[in-house]
Ligand binder design. Structure first.
Ligand SMILES: NC(=O)c1ccc[n+]([C@@H]2O[C@H](COP(=O)([O-])OP(=O)(O)OC[C@H]3O[C@@H](n4cnc5c(N)ncnc54)[C@H](OP(=O)(O)O)[C@@H]3O)[C@@H](O)[C@H]2O)c1
Length: 291
């Protein structure tokens, strides 16, 4: 954790300076929550931003709100329901996102969008919902990254920031498919990071960083802000702050890292028992709210 004292964000590396067009960042799931927090931080640091979401009206409203604050920068939107089934090879998504970025100097991709399902035992989960989680947490982010990597490489240096959750490290009952999706993100992100750094021929100057977040007060998480629960804007800043830290996977917020360190000290059987108890009570609270 002490490395944080000596680290300052290297996000400026991905911001083109000089006479040409400013760099662009595309942030998935940025009409709300952590994604909006990340988009705000990128605007504050001088990037043009493409906001992604599924609701055109809401995206337009958020775009107007942010544009009023950052009049010198450009903000665009990319509308795509990330939970929908893709055509084989993700060709429909690739076509749409490449049309959207067109000749723009995109140097940053933030894979933030994630699915917030309700708490189910796996056998009771609607198979259609399982498809939506898999589409969103695996297919969408994999194919959007595959489509945009050549653009990021051509404008190198480039950055792929992947926002994960501690469920990838500490899988939760009642969120089995969600936890599996986050574990996929973690393994895929680290493999891609190694590929970019050590294997790609010719060498690709693209940083791939997996950023774990824990409890964040957001649209999908009604927890009040507290010592361990930051606002989405605070988390957005914390995510951008860890860019260039020299690791392939990192916990964004120091207080969440403190919690992860403590959890890691615990024997796995204790951890599982605590998580099981916690998830049973969260599910009970959710059921009571729905009644
Ligand atoms: N909040 C936490 O405590 C927490 C903890 C661990 C990990 N995370 C991860 O952090 C990321 C962001 O979570 P958050 O809490 O900020 O969520 P949020 O407040 O619910 O925001 C989610 C964003 O993604 C968009 N979105 C949701 N489903 C979509 C779909 N099918 N297609 C396109 N866009 C979609 C939402 O659009 P709308 O505005 O239309 O809803 C919104 O912009 C997720 O990957 C989540 O798993 C969050």
């Amino acid at each position: 954790m002490l490395w944080r004292l000596f680290h300052s964000s290297k996000i400026g590396r991905y911001l083109a300076t000089g006479a040409g067009e400013k760099s662009w960042a595309l942030v998935t799931g940025s009409s709300d929550g952590i994604g909006k927090g990340v988009a705000l931080e990128l605007l504050a640091r001088g990037f043009n931003v493409i906001l992604h979401g599924r609701n055109a009206t809401k995206l337009q409203r958020v775009r107007d709100e942010l544009q009023a604050r950052y009049t010198a920068l450009s903000i665009d939107i990319f509308v795509w329901d990330a939970s929908q089934r893709l055509e084989p090879g993700g060709v429909d998504l690739s076509r749409a996102v490449l049309d959207c970025v067109a000749s723009r100097r995109v140097t940053v991709l933030v894979n933030n969008v994630g699915y917030t399902s309700t708490y189910h035992s796996f056998t009771a989960q609607d198979p259609m919902e399982i498809d939506m989680v898999v589409n969103l947490q695996i297919a969408f982010l994999t194919h959007i990254t595959r489509a945009l990597l050549p653009t990021l490489m051509s404008h190198a240096p480039g950055l792929v920031l992947n926002v994960g959750g501690l469920t990838g490290r500490f899988p939760c009952p009642y969120l089995a498919v969600h936890s599996g999706g986050k574990a996929y993100l973690s393994a895929w992100s680290r493999a891609l990071a190694i590929e970019m750094e050590l294997v790609h021929d010719p060498p690709a100057d693209v940083e791939v960083l997996m950023v774990d977040v824990h409890n964040v007060s957001s649209n999908s998480n009604s927890s009040a802000e507290s010592f361990f629960t930051p606002s989405a804007e605070t988390m957005g800043r914390a995510i951008i702050d860890v860019v260039g830290c020299g690791r392939r996977q990192v916990t964004a917020y120091w207080r969440a890292e403190l919690m992860a360190v403590l959890l890691n000290l615990m024997p796995a059987s204790w951890m599982d028992a605590i998580l099981a108890k916690e998830m049973i009570s969260m599910r009970r609270r959710e059921t009571e709210k729905q009644q």
